[in-house]
Design a protein around this ligand. Sequence first.
Ligand code: SF4
Length: 421
Amino acid sequence: MERVLVHICCAPDALYFLKRFREENPDSELIGFFYDPNIHPYEEYRLRYQETERTCNELKIKLIEGEYDVEDWLRNVRGLENEPERGERCSVCFDFRLERSARLAKELGCDAFTTTLLMSPKKKFSQLKDSGERVASRYGVKFIAVDYRKGGGTQEMFRLTKEKEIYQQDYCGCIYGLFQQKEEDSLFDLVSTPGRRPGSKEERLFIKEVRTFAEALGLPTKEVEFPFLGWIPLEGGLWVKGKAIPSFVRPYSQSIRGRCRAGVDRVVGNTLYLNKQFVRIVLLDEFEDRPLTEPEMTTYPTFLVPGAYRETLLENRIDARLRTEFVNSTSSVLLIGDPQAQEILGIPADTLQDRRGVSPKDVRILIEKNLGCIEEGSVSLVLLGAHSLCGIGRKVFEETFGVGITRIIGYGKVLLNAKLF
Ligand code: SF4
């Protein structure tokens, strides 16, 4: 029996490649190796790994995760930053990943190794073949170069990716490819905010992690993606006499032009209106973020500040700065169980800006404690993307499945050990 190490670059390429390779080599033992320190940023790397794990679980293929030695990778491609895709940087990138794969294949006593990169429609087959054969000769293991893209293979790969609701990335992987392929949009792939904000890679990763866990228990899952108007704070804050005032920025606040120095013009309830650029300050009992409950059509630059700062703000000039972006975003809802269950429990997949939210561990324990009810179809769970923005995920779920969510476990509620039904 032949043992083959398969270097895996991502789940979309891996799913069809592994299925087909196994069909053609039914007597081979396959071992997956996810080794891709080229992927940037790290959140994107984790997301692609998570989907690879889900794919290998389904195909019952052992998966090994390589080291994320991104600094080593960056050193290797130094001087090739501006090379186009399929150019010299990509040759070095292939050599780097396949060299480590060949070495591991040798260590594991494999007869041969191959790579799912051969499936990628944008890669040059001959460039990959040359790279694989070059490193193979150094380690005395065979490199298998198969082109499964021909004869409708690429179309079948896309069909399977859609059917299995696998995350489909929109750039090759490295930071240089990201700039070249997505141009000005690349900024939003690189901005990382604390917690799991609506539409972020962290929110998506959370959903995928929970899905992998639920599927491993044999539970049915269904994920529905949706587009929405997203919003990202890039920089900003409030200062009095050079001292920062703790604040969160309300979603959909617009940018402030330059630096705004202003005083309080009027006070309505707990809201202070400044006399420049529509800036508002909402005073709260606690220093915490709040989910939006009503759709917001105005874009006042709005800061949430602890009430203890009321006098300081009223008596002084306030420096306010804010830069934000409105972006086309996507998120998803994940149903675990039967959509016709009597009880459907909604769980926000995002967190608030103060990071309050439900942890992956909470959800795993919740699923385990209620496993029997989910299996028999009386209870289902739904992870709701972008919930803090007026419950967008809930609306999408209810419209898509035509059923209502019975109750929602909100942000920061501890679920550990909860048997809910
Ligand atoms: S574009 Fe893709 S293959 Fe080329 S160097 Fe970047 S990550 Fe590697």
